[in-house]
Design a protein around this ligand. Structure first.
Ligand SMILES: Cc1ncc(C[n+]2csc(CCOP(=O)(O)OP(=O)(O)O)c2C)c(N)n1
Ligand SMILES: [Mg+2]
Length: 890
């Protein structure tokens, strides 16, 4: 027993000595030396076999100590009043909208929690772009849009009519879109953020792209920042955290994440049984970010000050997020018992606090000084990105109507009493009589608040959000460069993938636009034969190449350089697409006409990252997405997961995405030339999806007069040589399957005396859109001269049967069948892919020339043009197995 006492005593003495030594070093030499010493001790202990427990967490308190907080440069009172008015108007917008039309939706509680985090930014940090400064790039949390509108209302950039038409965009020009959508509000919103998880990954790649532009000398080096505001629930999306190590690796100190940790998501707590702030801290610190936690408001400072034995820190660390949510809705008495009642010393700490005071102990994210200190530290941090983890209260100020309640995310209506309470809590000068209608409130222009608000924004360069098209249209579109692609390859067999890479290589050399091309590839350059570009233009790396590449002695070595042009993203289609978006919107964000050229495995594009593509479409992003080695049967060997028979279909869903499935090199050249012109000279808000294949065949020279057809979606590639036959068929093919139709044409002509024309379909989507558009116009304009669709124009006097084949689902040709003189019969690749040869695959999916021949013959038989016997003989002759399983079910 006495031994124990002795050893305890010794321990105490040891502790004291060590702490005193540390204290001495800290005082004498500062924290850097302390860190150094501790590291040395750690290493020494490790060498001696002492495995220290690892934790990436710091205690559950603010990262910035109260004594290190800078002086607050703003006027608290005025800022609080402004914030309160914005809170009110943001809430009123949603209440209004739902009063007029039940179910129109909207969110109150997200902004209620993030208001301070935004407002400190608006008053002190967010720089607008103008002719003197580049400005910051800000991704606002999507569901908080009412608060952004409400601020713009005070600033004068959004009118009362706008507020009254929140979520009513159809019948008024002054409606407001539910969330940030540049497509709908192109002079206001820059970044769509409402699909959770996309803004964090886009922000990371945006910050990296800003660096890329600087390193390549395309823009000046500035200290502008990319801010991304996210929800804590949002961090569950894989995209949210999926690229954070890239941000640290690239040392993106131009990037600041602010995570609004209100501990709740839509259904309930984010981590009721844990602590989201600590979890995120671990993730971000582990990845190498500068993490700033803003957990406690100033009211907590005196308590933490009193906590000399660490009991309080221990207790707040132990309490779960589920507990903290409860403290928001519970009484002070409950907080006293539950949080502080675990130890007499803790209870003593709050013995002089009233219940009301305990209820009002607020989290750091609602404390202007704490938030300001965090933002300032983030601005000053260098060498790593910063994440601010700010604890807030969801539905802050809603009281009984939803503060901290699980239902709060969906709260859209407040009754009269709740409106009164909200009004009183935030001191909004609206009378009891009026308050039930939730009227909007704007202080007089000459009020101190309005003056302050304008003055702050003036200082920061203007009002935000604001979107504009800063880049001038390109004057010169390369012309001559494309000529060689129209000529054909003579006897040489090449694939369209090779052609597009050759085209890219030439574009990169072009003196007018070469610098603007941004090749992006997710670890697939060799697959597409692009490795020559490594050497030609280099792979971008902010630090250059710090090692000697293993293939340094070869001509096409792996060259990384600071001004490298290729973004070799590694295996991340989502990251690559985020780069694509940054580059394809630089005409607006930076006033630079960069032209992204993103080449990837087509199956891992629209199918995998379709939502990012949707965001790109919303953002009016430009550029070329190239789906490589596309086609379900053209990509031999790779099998079920790789063989793409769908992506052309997905492309239909994106209104401003042009989708092409070209067969020949010259078609690619025509589409490209037109695309660059339309996007960068005519400034159309469109982007391109082009599928290219790895099947090698002779590339024909461009026939005369087909350019317009290529762009519009189809043209007659090869007329029949059998002019006299009165049996007629038209075969339509796209991509590499066009060659099968050409083979089928020959057989139909030689063996069956069918006069047969072959048409190349370059874009089913263009044909589909044009046909529907024409029909719609005719339907709505019955008295006027009927318009004819492009398909109708092409096939005006054509007779016979019509058969189409592509390497995609049958529904692709089906989608345009309505406008053909007779139904178009479709062949396609419905079903799971297989690994086998092209020949076998085309037999399996029934898209080879034999099936095209049989289909044409069957249609001719049905229209009494040929006898049944010819058809049945043909089935045998072409060795088609009638018992074969339908590939869609196999
Ligand atoms: C990809 C995606 N999935 C689901 C939703 C629907 N949704 C909208 S808000 C929300 C909860 C948001 O919680 P959090 O990120 O914590 O933000 P808070 O509102 O709490 O600030 C959900 C699930 C969405 N917008 N995007
Ligand atoms: Mg949340």
């Amino acid at each position: 027993m006495s031994d124990n006492i002795n050893s305890e005593n010794i321990k105490e003495i040891e502790d004291k000595e060590w702490i005193e030594s540390l204290e001495y070093v800290l005082k004498q030499y500062g924290s850097v030396r302390v860190i150094d010493l501790l590291k040395k001790l750690q290493t020494y202990a490790y060498k001696k076999g002492v495995a220290l427990p690892y934790t990436a967490n710091t205690p559950y308190i603010n990262t910035i100590h109260k004594d290190d907080e800078p002086e607050y440069p703003g006027d608290y009172e005025i800022e609080r009043t402004i914030r309160s008015i914005i809170r009110w108007n943001a809430m009123a917008m949603v209440v209004h909208a739902n009063k007029i039309e039940d179910g129109i939706g909207g969110h109150i509680s997200t902004y209620a929690s993030v208001a301070t985090l935004f407002e400190i930014g608006f008053n002190h940090f967010f720089r607008a772009r103008n002719n003197k400064q580049e400005g910051d790039i800000i991704y606002f949390q999507g569901h908080a849009s009412p608060g952004i509108y409400a601020r713009s209302f005070l600033e004068g950039n959004i009118t009362l009519e706008h507020l009254e038409n929140f979520r009513r965009e159809i019948y008024t020009e002054n409606g407001l879109s539910s969330y940030p959508h540049p497509w709908l509000m192109p002079e206001y919103w820059q970044f769509p953020t409402v699909s959770m998880g996309l803004s964090p990954i886009m922000a990371i790649y945006q910050a990296r792209f800003n660096r890329y532009l600087e390193d390549r000398g395309l823009k000046k080096v500035t200290d502008s920042k990319v801010w991304a505001f996210l929800g804590d629930g949002e961090t569950d999306e894989p995209e949210s955290l999926g690229a954070i190590s890239l941000a640290a690796r690239e040392q993106l100190d131009n990037l600041i994440f602010v995570i609004n940790c209100n501990l709740q998501r839509l259904d309930g707590p984010v981590r009721g049984n844990g602590k989201i702030i600590q979890e995120l801290e671990r993730n971000f610190r582990g990845a190498g970010w500068n993490v700033i936690k803003v957990i406690w408001g100033s009211d907590w400072d005196p308590l933490l000050e009193k906590d000399t034995n660490g009991l309080l820190v221990e207790r707040v660390e132990k309490a779960l997020d589920g507990d903290y949510q409860k403290y928001v809705v519970e009484s002070g008495d409950f907080i006293r018992k539950h949080l502080f009642g675990t130890h007499p010393d803790l209870l003593k700490m709050v013995e002089n606090y009233s219940d009301r005071q305990l209820e009002r102990l607020s989290p750091g994210g609602h404390d202007t000084e704490k938030v300001y200190a965090a933002y300032k530290a983030a601005m000053e941090n260098s060498g790593s990105p910063t994440v601010i983890l700010a604890k807030t209260i969801k539905g802050y100020g809603l009281g009984e109507a939803g503060e901290g309640r699980n239902i709060t995310h969906q709260q859209k209506k407040l009754n009269e009493q709740e409106l009164k309470d909200f009004r009183s809590r935030f001191h909004i000068p609206i009378s009891d009589d009026e308050v039930g209608n939730a009227p909007f409130y704007k202080p007089p222009e000459d009020s101190p608040e309005m003056k302050y608000l304008h003055e702050r924004r003036k200082k920061l360069g203007g009002y935000i959000p604001k979107r504009s098209v800063l880049a001038k249209p390109l004057k010169k579109i390369p012309d001559k460069l494309f000529d060689e692609f129209y000529k054909g390859s003579d006897e040489r067999e090449t694939a369209t993938t090779m052609s597009i890479v050759r085209l890219l290589s030439k574009l990169l050399r072009d003196k007018d636009i070469g610098d603007l091309i941004v090749p992006i590839v997710p670890d697939e350059a060799r697959t597409f034969g692009m490795e020559s570009l490594f050497r030609q233009v280099g792979i971008y790396s902010h630090v250059g190449q710090l090692y000697e590449p293993v293939d340094a002695d070869t001509f096409l070595y792996y060259k990384e350089s600071e001004d490298g042009q290729i973004l070799e993203e590694g295996i991340t289609e989502a990251g690559s697409m985020s780069s694509f978006i940054a580059a394809g919107t630089a005409y607006s964000t930076h006033g630079i006409n960069t032209i992204p050229f993103f080449i990837y495995y087509s199956m891992f594009g629209l199918q995998r990252i379709g939502d990012l593509v949707w965001t790109a479409a919303d953002m009016r992003c430009k550029g070329f997405m190239i789906g490589g080695t596309a086609g379900r049967t053209t990509l031999a060997g790779e099998g079920l997961q790789h063989q793409d028979g769908n992506s052309q279909h997905y492309a239909y869903a994106y209104p401003n995405l042009k989708a092409y499935d070209p067969a020949f090199t010259y078609e690619i050249a025509v589409i490209f030339k037109d695309g660059i012109k339309r996007m960068y000279k005519d400034q159309e808000d469109i982007f391109y999806y082009i599928t290219v294949m790895n099947e090698q065949y002779k590339q024909p020279a461009m026939p005369r007069g087909v350019e317009e057809g290529i762009i519009k979606g189809m043209y007659r590639y090869k007329s029949s040589t059998l002019k006299k036959s009165n049996i007629k068929a038209h075969l339509f093919g796209s991509g590499a399957i066009l060659n099968e139709t050409i083979k089928a044409q020959k057989i139909l002509e030689d063996d069956f005396e069918v006069s047969c024309d072959v048409w190349s379909i370059t874009s089913f989507k263009e044909l589909y859109l044009n046909a529907h558009d024409t029909e719609r116009w005719n339907r709505l304009n019955p008295g006027r001269k009927e318009r004819v669709s492009y398909i109708g124009e092409c096939l005006k006097n054509e007779e016979g049967v019509f058969v189409a084949a592509s390497d995609y689902l049958k529904s692709l040709p089906d989608s345009i069948s309505n406008w053909f003189p007779r139904p178009l019969v479709s062949l396609g690749t419905d079903g799971f892919g297989r690994s086998d040869t092209r020949e076998a695959l085309r037999d399996h999916f029934e898209v080879d020339y034999r099936y095209i021949v049989i289909t044409a013959l069957y249609e001719l038989y049905k229209t009494d043009k040929i006898a049944k016997k010819i058809l049945s003989d043909a089935v045998k002759k072409l060795k088609i197995n009638p018992k074969k399983l339908n590939p869609v079910y196999s």
